[in-house]
Design a protein around this ligand. Structure first.
Ligand code: ARG
Length: 462
């Protein structure tokens, strides 16, 4: 099979080389973007009289035909034509004859492939933002149902202070909000057009890059042709943002695994989102959050992989750059799969509010409130901390919790204690007293929920 670049060669390519250098097995994912870019390029070529309007129309019609065949699944790609760009060009020439060979005037695969990836990521980032919003919506729904649900808040995985479950869940809302902002912001750099850079130095043809940018809805063109063909920062940025997002998914997943353990029993993951064991009939395993947690590894790997490919590459295009794609596709697929699962898993998650409540009545997580109580009555906080430390030690030795001690026992630690201490120590009071901005008190959570909803509305209306 004769290659599009065979002119300079006297021998057929070794089949092993074809296999090794070919990217068609994976870059066929860019077929639509490649055609989209070609349609704009050829229109510009016609408008700039680089080719005739007739020729431009014929090529565009040919590309449309190929697009339709592609959508019907009627296209076969070949390894001999190496990548999606040359495969599509070959198909075009087969479709409309030698005139199809005019499509590649004034461009190179180097600016072409970069353009395809900009187009691809732009679409995918928009889709991922929408998927993130579904997760945020699921968080808001669960939070609304659980403003009054109290569980221990942890530091060092030791019970620290009681919090509302809504508050705990909403912490993830804000992580995902920042992920969204980062993705949104990265679009500034995705929406820049490489096409027209040629192989590396620009082109001798009187092209109009701004017109192509306009047709493809990019905000600007790369000001430097060498940067245009060798820049992969926009993919690195995407993979970095994806890695941070995966950290958030993984942390939430880890909590779901812990919470659904028999030891905690704070939540139950719905049967439809759980799996069983092939040997232990009693098991119901949190495979989904575990796998979400595990998939973080491949996304980090994709980021490190591309960083390593780029490090030390001289300008401009090098074949190494072909290694930019599989990691990017893998990360997009991983995020799509993970986010798509997370939203319904959160929606269907059952919250065991009674177990959570039992936990906060069987611990010392209200100790800070006794110290605050004494401090409010005038005792310096550091001294109050010491008094309560000794009170807790006394209670532990007696096998009691802080609400079980009587007033006489309290008074042996400080005369400032009065009957009202028992009200202060109740979980609702402990949570309700944290009214500082961003705190876990119900009115603050209501406020937070409004803010969270307004963020979603903004995105929906944008
Ligand atoms: N398949 C190539 C890639 O993905 C396209 C660019 C090829 N350019 C070249 N000069 N060999 O990087």
């Amino acid at each position: 099979m004769s290659k599009l670049w065979s002119g300079r060669f006297t021998k057929e390519t070794n089949k092993l080389v074809d296999q090794f250098t070919s990217s068609i097995s994976f870059d066929q994912k860019l077929a639509k973007e490649d055609i989209q870019g070609s349609l704009a390029h050829v229109q510009m070529l016609g408008e700039c009289k680089v080719i005739t309007t007739e020729e431009a129309k014929t090529i565009q019609a040919g590309l449309e035909t190929i697009l339709q065949k592609l959508e019907k699944g009627n296209i076969e790609f070949s390894v001999e034509h190496e990548d999606i760009h040359m495969n599509l060009e070959k198909l075009l020439i087969d479709e409309i004859g030698p005139i199809g060979g005019k499509l590649h005037t004034g461009r190179s695969r180097n600016d072409q492939v970069a353009t395809d990836m900009h187009l691809y990521l732009r679409t995918k980032i928009d889709e991922l933002i929408k998927l993130l919003e579904k997760v945020q919506l699921a968080i808001i729904d669960q939070a609304k149902d659980n403003i009054e649900t109290i569980l221990p808040g942890y530091t060092h995985l030791q019970r620290a202070q009681p919090v509302s479950f809504a508050h705990h869940l909403l912490a993830y809302f804000w992580m995902f909000e920042r992920d969204k902002e980062r993705l949104q912001d990265s679009l500034k750099r995705v929406n820049v057009l490489p096409l027209g850079a040629g192989a590396l130095a620009g082109t001798t043809f009187p092209i109009d890059r701004d017109r192509v940018a306009e047709l493809l809805e990019f905000n600007s063109v790369y000001p430097n042709s060498m940067d245009a063909v060798s820049d992969r920062d926009f993919i690195l940025e995407f993979l970095s943002n994806a890695s941070i997002l995966m950290v958030h998914l993984s942390r939430l997943s880890e909590e779901m695994v812990i919470w659904s353990s028999q030891e905690f029993n704070f939540i139950e993951i719905d049967d439809s989102f759980s799996t069983g064991s092939s040997i232990m009939p009693q098991k119901k395993n949190p495979d989904v959050p575990e796998l979400l947690r595990g998939k973080t590894g491949r996304v980090f790997g994709d980021l490190i992989g591309l960083l390593t490919v780029l490090k030390g590459l001289p300008l401009a295009y090098n074949k190494d750059l072909q290694e930019d794609k599989e990691g990017m596709f893998d990360t997009v697929d991983t995020l799509e799969g993970s986010l798509t699962l997370l939203a319904p898993m959160l929606d269907t998650m059952k919250v065991n509010d009674k177990t959570m409540r039992k936990a906060v009545t069987q611990d010392y997580s209200n100790a800070t409130d006794i110290a605050d109580y004494l401090a409010t009555k005038g005792m310096p906080f550091r001294q109050a901390h010491d008094v309560v430390g000794r009170t807790v030690l006394y209670a532990i030795e007696k096998g009691k919790y802080l609400l079980d001690l009587n007033l006489d026992e309290y008074k042996t630690f400080s005369p400032l204690f009065e009957e009202d201490i028992f009200e202060v120590l109740k979980p609702e009071h402990v949570v309700g007293a944290r009214k500082s901005k961003g705190g876990t008190a119900p009115d603050q959570i209501e406020h937070q929920l409004k803010l969270a909803e307004s963020k979603l509305e903004l995105q929906f209306n944008a």
